[in-house]
Design a protein around this ligand. Structure first.
Ligand SMILES: [Zn+2]
Ligand SMILES: [Zn+2]
Length: 334
């Protein structure tokens, strides 16, 4: 089994367990390939999270600490990658880019190039819309929507435009949690189905199909997927949404159908773990999603050649579902 996206409490403030404990769990669970993908250090003080202020005097010190922590992460990741382990799990070294704003995206390009000897690939994510985080809490999500005039359609177009700016700058091999915005998108929220304005009246988000109703949003997503297809990238199916009690993983079925149509159906699996208990979490639900809901014929994962260069490799669904992981962790035999 594989995960293409993970963190640890050693290197991100909201992470829980030490990297060594996470790695031990990965090996115990018999992962074939597990990718370590700590966040790229943020460069602008305005993007420091409250929990990152602990133990420092000011946000400038917090920014400095992000940088030194990341250097420590790269050294630690190299040690893990190069040492043998009991199951023979392959560890790959990546980086997650958050796309806080254009400066961050531009810096990411330089930063990845500077560390190209160690960083094997990039998970391209968008965590900010209108420079406000959308996965931190409801209050920030609401502020981010308000910055788009409380108009969900405009907000989503801004999200996919930011994603496009990140994609064209970085060509990330893995695109992270494509519909992250749904984390705090409440089913009860009311909106005007034509204009996208949110308020007291209109239809509930829960009964509204964004991708089939809003062509401008769908077109923005399709443009992005076609671009990912043009350089051969893949879309992650992330179980972190299930861990956070959403109904579907990232991305939802309607988006996955567009991935099949416009991005060669290249999906990889990720847990986006921040703790030992997150390793391979909800993978049983993800398996059902892949087999029954999406009926995929193949999955992909990152492999590496002798020069440490990574590339996407296809695995037929029959091999994917007969992997030892399912029996030994979930007692599933198919
Ligand atoms: Zn992320
Ligand atoms: Zn992440």
């Amino acid at each position: 089994m594989h995960s293409h996206h993970s963190h640890s409490g050693d290197y991100v403030a909201h992470g829980v367990d030490p990297l060594e404990d996470i790695v031990a769990q990965v090996v115990k669970m018999k992962f074939h390939t597990y990718c370590l993908t700590e966040h790229m250090p943020r460069i602008d003080e305005k993007f420091v999270y409250p929990e990152e202020m602990e133990g420092v005097e000011n946000s400038s010190e917090a920014i400095d600490r992000l940088k030194t922590n990341f250097e420590k992460y790269l050294a630690h990741a190299k040690t893990i990658k190069n040492r043998p382990n009991e199951f023979g799990t392959k560890f790959l070294i990546g980086i997650e880019v958050e796309s806080c704003d254009q400066n961050h995206i531009d810096f990411a390009k330089k930063f990845i190039a500077q560390n190209a000897e160690t960083i094997q690939f990039c998970v391209g994510s968008v965590h900010h819309v209108n420079k406000i985080p959308i996965d931190f809490d409801q209050e920030n999500w609401d502020r981010s929507l308000a910055a788009s005039g409380n108009n969900l359609k405009k907000f989503l177009i801004e999200y996919y435009d930011t994603q496009y700016r990140m994609l064209t700058a970085l060509k990330p091999l893995i695109v992270g949690h494509v519909d992250l915005y749904k984390l705090y998108l409440a089913d009860e929220m009311k909106l005007d189905p034509v204009t996208g304005e949110c308020g007291e009246h209109g239809v509930g988000v829960g009964s509204f199909s964004i991708m089939s109703q809003w062509k401008s949003v769908r077109d923005a997503l399709i443009r992005n997927l076609k671009f990912v297809d043009s350089y051969g990238g893949a879309i992650e199916i992330s179980t972190s949404a299930l861990r956070k009690k959403l109904k579907e993983p990232y991305p939802s079925k309607d988006i996955c159908k567009l991935v099949e149509q416009y991005c060669g159906g290249r999906f990889v699996l990720s847990d986006d773990a921040h703790a030992v208990s997150h390793v391979g979490t909800c993978y049983d639900q993800a398996l059902r999603y892949i087999l029954d809901t999406l009926t995929l014929k193949e999955m992909y994962y990152l492999a590496e050649n002798d020069d440490n260069d990574v590339f996407l490799k296809s695995i037929p669904i029959a091999d994917f579902k007969s992997n030892v992981f399912w029996k030994s962790n979930y007692n599933i035999e198919i």
